[in-house]
Design a protein around this ligand. Structure first.
Ligand SMILES: C[S@@+](CC[C@H](N)C(=O)[O-])C[C@H]1O[C@@H](n2cnc3c(N)ncnc32)[C@H](O)[C@@H]1O
Length: 277
């Protein structure tokens, strides 16, 4: 089968995906081990039998709903390639906004901590821009820690310490910035039954107390790990902005503000810790 025909056929099979053409292209590029521009440049080239079989296998999985990133094992974030697997969340484009704000406020030598690092997407992206910053990323899931360490090696970043910790349990010292994209979905949220989320681990997604339990722990305990005038930055659900601002206020944070994601939803709240009064 020709490349162009294979893509069109795949697109028609992936009717349930809202990114059918893109999925078809990404998966075929993966099978051919080429950039997707190759598909446009050589539409008349024919797939070999083994390429066609490999493509079919991936399409069957994608039709079942398995995320493209779990099929290819890679997701781009902050223009860097991140290895992904089902131990943690696939990095989302909206989280790049958190990286953007972190870079706006950080000095080049800042001490930065990422809680619930997963693939390492947030802290490794920050470290790639600030080679002299002293960065740490922690996760309580040993497989996620291993994955973030692999990504650190692939990206050749040597200013990031990655280790296992249940939030702050193993964290020592104080930081100029603490960032986190913690689990924040309520267990009854209908989104858990839709799209890629169905295949991601609940340990990366769901938190008790209407999704706010982990955010409460992080805000409360961050005060023992922030320097004076340091910033805490937390990603949260689009309907949680008001509650997260209240939690920050309750724990005496200052200059509390929330910024929006690409869909104009409240998504990241940040505040400054003034130190003990
Ligand atoms: C929403 S995912 C975020 C992953 C990554 N930071 C990102 O933005 O793509 C939340 C991460 O928090 C981790 N996590 C959940 N509970 C934790 C805890 N008690 N201590 C440390 N990490 C935890 C999960 O394993 C998961 O990797």
């Amino acid at each position: 089968m020709r490349i162009d025909a294979a893509v069109l056929r795949a697109k028609s099979l992936l009717i349930k995906s809202d990114s059918a053409l893109l999925d078809a292209q990404v998966l075929l590029s993966f099978v051919l081990q080429k950039e997707s521009v190759y598909l446009m440049t050589w539409p008349e080239k024919h797939l070999t039998e083994s390429q066609q079989k490999a493509y079919e296998v991936l399409l069957v999985e994608r039709i079942k709903g398995v995320p493209v990133a779990y099929l290819t094992g890679i997701r781009e974030f902050w223009s860097l390639p991140f290895k992904v697997n089902n131990s943690t969340l696939i990095p989302r484009p909206d989280t790049e906004i958190l990286v953007e704000y972190a870079l706006k406020i950080c000095s080049p030598q800042a001490r930065i901590l990422d809680l619930g690092t997963g693939t390492g997407a947030i802290i490794l992206s920050i470290a790639s821009e600030l080679p002299n910053a002293r960065c740490s990323g922690v996760d309580f899931n040993a497989d996620a820690v291993q994955l973030a360490i692999e990504n650190r090696q692939i990206l050749k970043l040597n200013n990031v310490n990655i280790y296992q910790s249940d939030w702050f349990s193993q964290v020592e010292g104080r930081f100029d910035l603490i960032v986190s994209n913690p689990p924040y979905i309520d267990k009854n949220d209908h989104h858990l039954g839709e799209g890629d989320v169905r295949f991601e681990p609940l340990s990366a997604l769901v938190a008790p107390q209407k999704g706010l339990a982990d955010i409460r722990i992080i805000v409360a305990d961050a005060r023992s790990h922030l320097n004076e005038n340091a910033t805490l930055m937390i990603e949260h659900g689009f309907e949680q902005g008001k509650e997260v601002r209240n939690i920050l206020r309750l724990f005496d944070f200052d200059e509390i503000k929330t910024v929006h994601d690409y869909a104009q939803n409240e998504r990241i709240s940040m505040a400054i810790y003034r130190g003990l009064k």
